[in-house]
Design a protein around this ligand. Sequence first.
Ligand code: OOB
Length: 968
Amino acid sequence: MEKTRYPVPDTPPPPLGECLPLWARRYGDHTALVDGEQRLSFAGLDHRVERLAAGLHRLGLRRGDRAMLQLPNGIGFVSVCLALFRLGVIPVLAMPTQRSREIEALCRLAEPTAYFIPATAHGFDYRPLAASIAATRPALQVIVDGDPGQGPSSFRALDDVDGEPARWPAPAPGEVAVLLLSGGTTGTPKLIPRTHADYFYNFTASAALCALGSDSVYLAVLPAAHNFTLACPGVFGTLACGGTVVLSATASCDVAMPLIARERVTHLALVPPLAQLWAQAREWETSDLSSLRVLQVGGSRLAPALARQLSGLSGACLQQVFGMAEGLLCFTRLDDPLNTILHTQGRPLSSRDRLRIVDEQGREVNEGMAGELQTRGPYTIRHYYRAPEQDALSFTADGFYRTGDLVRRDGDGNLIVEGRLKEQIQRSGEKIAIADIESQLCALPGVQAAIVVAVPDPLLGERICAFVQPAGERIPDGLALNQALSARGLGRLMLPDQIETLHAWPLTPVGKIDRRRLVALAMAADRAPPLRRYAEQQIRVNSAPLELAARLAGKLPTRHYTLYECRGEWSIGMDAALSLVVDARGTVHHSNGTSREGSRPCAGIAEALADIPFTDWRAYGRATFEFAHLAYGIHATSDGEPLLRLSIPQSEIRLRDGLALIRSLDPAALPGLAALVMAGDIPTRSPLGKAIGVLENREAEARFKQQVSAAVGEMQAGDYQKVILSRAVEVPSSLDMVSSYLAGRRANTPARSFLLRDGDFQAYGFSPETVVEVDARGQVSTQPLAGTRALAGETGEDARLQGELLGDAKEIAEHAVSVKLAMSEMSAFCDTDSLGVSEFMDVCRRGSVQHLASRVRGQLATGCHAWDAFEKLFPAVTASGIPKREALDSIRRHEAQPRGLYSGCVMIVDSDGALDAALVLRSVYRDGNRCWLQAGAGLVPLSTPEREWTETCEKLACVAQHLHTAAV
Ligand code: OOB
């Protein structure tokens, strides 16, 4: 069956730690690695690895230990990996895009003694991530390729790890050499133990098959931590032949294509979505790619049309690679006929690979039929790392690995991958092949690409959802697409039940299409019919929404409501049909009597909200400042009041220009609400009551200035960089909340405003900024404001103050630090590439003050939701300080009372995943007969008590100027 035999070295395999000295002896001065402007010879690399291994040994790393390696493509990655091999320490190869949740899970499984990170990469700072991982693992050594920064003392610079070379006992060939991440799509991570012998075979045999030699130059653009890039033949296969490895930290064609030309790259590996981008880029990218000899594409299905396009792209030979981190590798051969290369995923690397294609009962299917591929062979694992339960599912009794891939074999023994076993939709008892629908959809005009997923469905079991990438500007119509599919002869059962349009596919860390995320998107876009829905009625109105909202608020038939103004809509939620509260221990209590305990209340809230049995709901809620103590583990005394509350209202009124929408879970309540709105729409002359003044007292001034001095002292000693200290001012209880809200709002230009009543507790306010905004598509934005000047209402003076604000180094520095913190917080839950600042240092006017404002945006990463964003971004840095934990602690110590709602948030959350949280500043609070205002100032080491006192006075003026008694 094999047409060509390739020589495979027949000497016994050395342990991986002994490879490099061997290569260095053989290839000495030849260039081994190129990383940007750095070049390292084999001898140079060997020397560096020897010293690094000795340094790591001095730090206590020993044979059999595990070390988490999360480095981007670069010399650091290769040297650390080889140094660990030298010691017999087992690298766990994490992807650079993984974040705390995944790294935590890997650490629990592998219990590493060391963790290698870059200082920063692709705009993400790995040091806070490592600090959070190390916080619960005192023995974990964190080694930073770059500046370790101000991290904990367990952080060390990679450059400082050094020692005198020595010899360490070599591991046996059958011992585990490296732990690879499984590319599987289940939630729990699996680690793949590859031995010295099997991995050596993996890369040397692959290198021979790909005709690598000492004149070869391999460009690593996919993450080197992935098996494809590392050893198929990849980095190690190239080094084993004396070739040169060029490491690119990005796969972007703008960088990589010129690199191919500069380094005369001969071998390159891509995944299909990336290959498609590269093919498109050739329309304008004109770098000389003539050096390329082999272009490998693998990792997911390569459409024959794209394969054809790629094979004509340069003089390179296209090679399809069907592989898995678990072992088995199939390649098309370089001398295969073009048809084989375009239409098959090749045949196994080793003649000792055993393959069988089985049906659901595990019986081998007839020649040419499709079934699940099972495999066993010299470099395929027999079990996962520490996962006996998973092993029982993934391996047969006779040691075959169940790949879960649906394949068939052509007459020459080449495999054709039809899809995943799970890529069959079980719709009403029928089995439907996803690939068939996808290829039919792709053939339609107006469709650039299509992905079909199975979505759980209460009626059908699973429904067919097609995601379509339009070829041009026009969004294809779902109905028309289904008609076109029928016209092409697709059976009724195979027509998609749901069609969604997407302009770009969500991708996994190596760049494969993330089908799990697509299923989640499909579910979010079309929730199953729920139990209850709101009855709705629209009414035309004449009054401006603010005026109408205020008139209604005075007359609502309830003592429990929240009014929230957001983007031109005043939305009022009344009485709770269902509520959630978070207590001081972080437990989430549901009004149905259930509760969820756990270290992450936000995750508990998200879970509880996912189970709400209504459709199209909007929750209204608020969080106290002290809610943040939970996330930062600050122990605070509790007055028993909930830290966060959310309720799904019984009824709602949403007001916009000219239109009122009333909604209620009880249809019988609509007429009463409609009458209320119509009555409120008739303008009445309601004169304001008497103005109320705020009395400042000297004692409070002295106390505040004293607190400022104390905190400034701590900052000058380097304890933290910034803190916001605040003070409360009592106001007479004759204050009328509703009319004061109206008067204050007329005179103010807030980002958000609110007015709420919950029994005896009332508050209203004019938020200068939001804590976080997440829309239904997962776009997150936050708007750090820092830097303040007064706004007097006189054009000349205001412009002068604005100029001063934009030119004041202290204000600018303070602002820049807030933006940086927002970026770093958002990188915990956003796709790194999506992060950006869309408004930088705009001056925004809020009532009697003006601020420096920037907006940081990003796209929620796969598997993350709005509550992950809330958890990280709350409390607003503007109202707490930097670093947040130290600032929270300082506030707790210096301020006499818990803040409660001040500097917490009021928010709305929608059933489509959107969340909007307004920062509570410039507000008025009332609890029974006590009424008060509160304002703060941002302190930095250069702050003076006098100026900060003035700043609090300026901010108080925003609301204090508009306080009134009730009209008589
Ligand atoms: C490679 O490895 P993993 O572990 O990330 O993913 C393995 C799975 C396979 O089971 C299969 O479902 C899919 O990825 N896959 C392909 C494919 N190559 C891999 N599906 C269709 N066509 C292909 N050519 O992805 C991997 C490891 C080593 C070399 C190449 C790829």
